[in-house]
Design a protein around this ligand. Structure first.
Ligand code: NDP
Length: 506
């Protein structure tokens, strides 16, 4: 790693309306993955800091105004936050790019999506009926079902889309009237810190929004196990997700898990029957696999293609993959940034090596690129990699690589395509490419994944639920179900003409 520069340590723990350093005084350098140089120093919190933040959130929920603030005011605050995000779009987009190794354009798109999430949940709660009146079968009974905030929410987020993933939790939690403590990934905390500053600027009462920067094994584990946390919402890998669920179990808190994926992109030959169709399917397969260097939970990392078009398709895919311009995301003309860390690149290298040993054929990439002015030698770059002749027994096909690697498998029949696409323990997302509308609907209906794209890949809508089948998680983010995660349901039954029941004679 390159030598550290003189950077001022920031106080990045926010509890009860005050910014503070870690109780232990510990700090952490945040590295730019494009050159492995530190660009910020943040507080490295631990269990003690987490307890302080949880206590602040608990007080703000039990005694503060936020849970009882009229829903129109809560919605107005969320809209102010969206406006502040738009105001700071360029600054935040660049910060996200530097922190997570994205291009600045990807960073800007992320910030737009974050602002959209705040607006969506503002509109959703502002437009809701206050409760559902139930017909109790008597005019003497008034029965209504209402939704209330769940309480103190613990939020744990990953490094690939740091602020986007945080916003899918923060926006619905606040819209519903909760207080929260968030723990961003220890290696990409910068934009989550910035959004807490924006929440304060927007006028959120003290103690409602709290952040503890620090590691998963201490801060994340404490949030999961703490009895004063009512819900823990986690986005990250399956191994950590299981630990969170286990730590949460003794306190019987609600647990929401958004975990990994191993997502099929199924291409039928009929989608490639015209030049335009072929070009679109190849272009989107490239995008599915390599955007943000494949560090996307919904990456189309498994290309499952009809055998008759495989050679032409894979040749073109590999040709275009080789042309992707890798470099520091803040440089003009760069299309793909580095991996987030040395550890992540080592993991990708391990998977490619194991695939080649198991018989995969390398069609592009498979190595670190040559350093260049746009690609410093110490950056964590890896070439977009196409692995042909793969099969489902290979580790690289079964496990989530989370890097710029796409595997190619083939099929001959529709049934075979569906069987391959469903042959995964995950179930987050999948794509199907065909010009046959009936087949598109048939296949979409049979795929066991939380999101299915037909003749597209990657788009999501804040108004549509996001989440996974199988080991891709429990619960949903976005859409009405994404708001419901942050609520308790209460039935209020009022007897308007009470009388003795005389069940007991005495
Ligand atoms: P990790 O599981 O390593 O980390 C996710 C978060 O969990 C981090 O903040 C981490 O802290 C924290 N954490 C780690 N261990 C524990 C623990 N024992 N208790 C509580 N918290 C803990 O995932 P990555 O950050 O590596 O993110 C990549 C993963 O996230 C991929 O598997 C990807 O598919 C998934 N993901 C899923 C999405 C979805 O929508 N389904 C979206 C985005 C990513 P720290 O890093 O500080 O140690």
């Amino acid at each position: 790693m390159a030598e550290s520069t003189e950077l001022q340590a920031r106080e990045t723990i926010h509890a009860g309306g005050k910014w503070r350093a870690a109780t232990s005084g510990a700090t952490r350098e945040i590295l730019d993955p494009a050159d492995a140089l530190p660009f910020a120093v943040v507080s490295e919190g631990d269990e003690k800091d987490t307890d302080l933040a949880i206590a602040a959130a608990r007080r703000a929920f039990d005694e503060g105004p936020w849970p009882h603030t009229p829903v129109t005011e809560r919605a107005a605050l969320l809209r102010r936050v969206a406006d502040l995000l738009v105001r700071d779009r360029e600054k935040l987009g660049r910060l996200e790019a530097q922190d997570a190794g994205k291009t600045v354009e990807e960073g800007r798109v992320d910030i737009d999506c974050v602002a959209d999430a705040f607006r969506y949940f503002a509109d959703l709660v502002a437009g809701e009926a206050p409760g559902r009146v139930v017909d109790a079968g008597s005019t003497d009974i008034h029965s209504v079902v209402v939704h209330e905030p769940i309480g103190v929410c613990g939020m744990i987020t990953p490094w690939n889309y740091p602020l986007l993933q945080a916003s899918w939790k923060i926006a619905p939690a606040l819209a519903a009237g909760n207080t929260f403590v968030i723990k961003p990934s220890e290696i990409t905390p910068m934009t989550t810190i910035a959004v807490i500053e924006l929440l304060v600027e927007a006028g959120l009462p003290d103690g409602v929004a709290n952040i503890v920067t620090g590691p998963g094994h201490s801060v994340g584990a404490r949030l999961s196990e703490h009895p004063d946390v009512d819900l823990v919402s986690f986005t990250g890998g399956t191994v950590s997700g299981i630990k969170v669920a286990e730590a949460a179990a003794p306190t019987v808190k609600k647990v929401a898990l958004e975990l990994g994926g191993k997502n099929p992109n199924v291409v039928f030959a009929d989608a490639c029957a015209t030049e335009e169709g072929f070009d679109t399917a190849v272009d989107q397969a490239l995008n599915a696999a390599f955007i943000h260097s494949g560090q996307v939970c919904s990456a189309g990392a498994r290309l499952i293609i009809e055998e008759s078009v495989r050679d032409r398709f894979v040749t073109e895919l590999a040709r275009r993959a080789e042309k992707i311009r890798l470099g520091r995301g803040t440089e003009d003309g760069v299309e793909c940034g580095p991996l987030v860390s040395e550890q992540q690149r080592a993991k990708v290298e391990m998977y490619v090596e194991s695939a080649l040993k198991e018989g995969a054929v390398l069609r592009s990439g498979g190595k670190r690129p040559e350093p260049s002015p746009q690609r410093p030698e110490d950056g964590y770059f890896y070439e977009p990699t196409v692995l042909d002749h793969c099969h489902r027994e290979m580790r690289v096909v079964r496990e989530e690589v989370f890097g710029p690697v796409v595997t190619v498998e083939t099929f001959r029949t529709e049934d075979e395509a569906v069987a391959l696409a469903n042959d995964t323990e995950y179930g987050l997302a999948g794509g199907v490419w065909t010009s046959d509308a009936g087949r598109a609907r048939r296949v979409a209906g049979r795929l066991r994944h939380g999101t299915i794209w037909i003749n597209d890949f990657h788009p999501y809508l804040p108004q549509a639920e996001w989440g996974g089948f199988g080991k891709s998680g429990v619960g949903r983010e976005l859409g009405p179900a994404g708001l419901a995660e942050y609520r308790e349901t209460k039935h209020v039954y009022q007897n308007l003409a009470p009388k003795p029941v005389r069940w007991f004679a005495g």
